[in-house]
Design a protein around this ligand. Structure first.
Ligand code: ZN
Length: 200
């Protein structure tokens, strides 16, 4: 699904979308739930993009529905995989996911999801024309991406029938930080986040 010129939501990851951005380089944002590698690669090719031209894979956070195909996509395409330094230990399995997110780790094991071999930390660098904005709370190192006028907000907010809402407390690592992150984002964007701010 084309969102804007050179920006696509990949149908093969429907339910927890991965996005493809064709800027100076080709960039994938998040990778969807496990088990979709073949379909993702097929869809990328259908957009007339060679999978080996994928240069970067950017993760918003460590949850299973974001990192599900990261390791295999990295292997198949040779892309550089990026995440925040706070979330990398959870992706590599060096830190256990807390609370309800433990179920995600069990699911990963059950599905035999591979662990990525190498992840680079954003370390405040932007990638191509994509601005990386730290928005911790849902996970310790959750980040959002701003590309032109498109915000890729990961799980900073969720869309409930067209209304932006904070993700349920049970899914968040730190309620106070996610609220601060939403307020910070509203200051950056100046509009669009008004509804949710009333409900914080
Ligand atoms: Zn999440």
């Amino acid at each position: 699904m084309k969102i804007e010129e050179n920006v696509y939501a990949l149908e093969s990851t429907k339910g927890s979308y991965a996005y493809l951005v064709e800027d100076k380089e080709t960039i994938l944002i998040d990778t969807g739930r496990p088990g979709k590698v073949k379909n993702i690669l097929k869809e990328i090719e259908s957009l007339n993009i060679k999978p080996e031209n994928l240069k970067h894979i950017l993760l918003t956070h460590h949850d299973v529905d974001r990192i599900g195909n990261a390791a295999l996509l990295q292997k198949e395409t040779g892309a550089t995989l990026w995440a925040s330094k706070e979330d990398i230990p959870y992706i590599l399995g060096d830190k256990g996911r807390p609370g309800v997110k433990k179920l995600g780790s069990l699911f990963m094991r059950f599905m035999r999801v591979k662990t990525p071999e190498k992840i680079k930390s954003y370390n405040d660098h932007n990638i191509d024309d994509i601005e990386i904005i730290p928005t911790p709370g849902h996970t310790p190192g959750h980040v959002s991406f701003l590309y032109k006028d498109i915000l890729f907000a990961g799980d900073l907010v969720r869309n409930s029938n067209g209304v932006l809402k904070k993700p349920p407390a049970i899914t968040n690592a730190d309620e106070e930080s996610i609220k601060e992150s939403i307020l910070k984002m509203s200051n950056i964007l100046l509009n669009g986040f008004a509804q949710i701010m009333e409900n914080l």
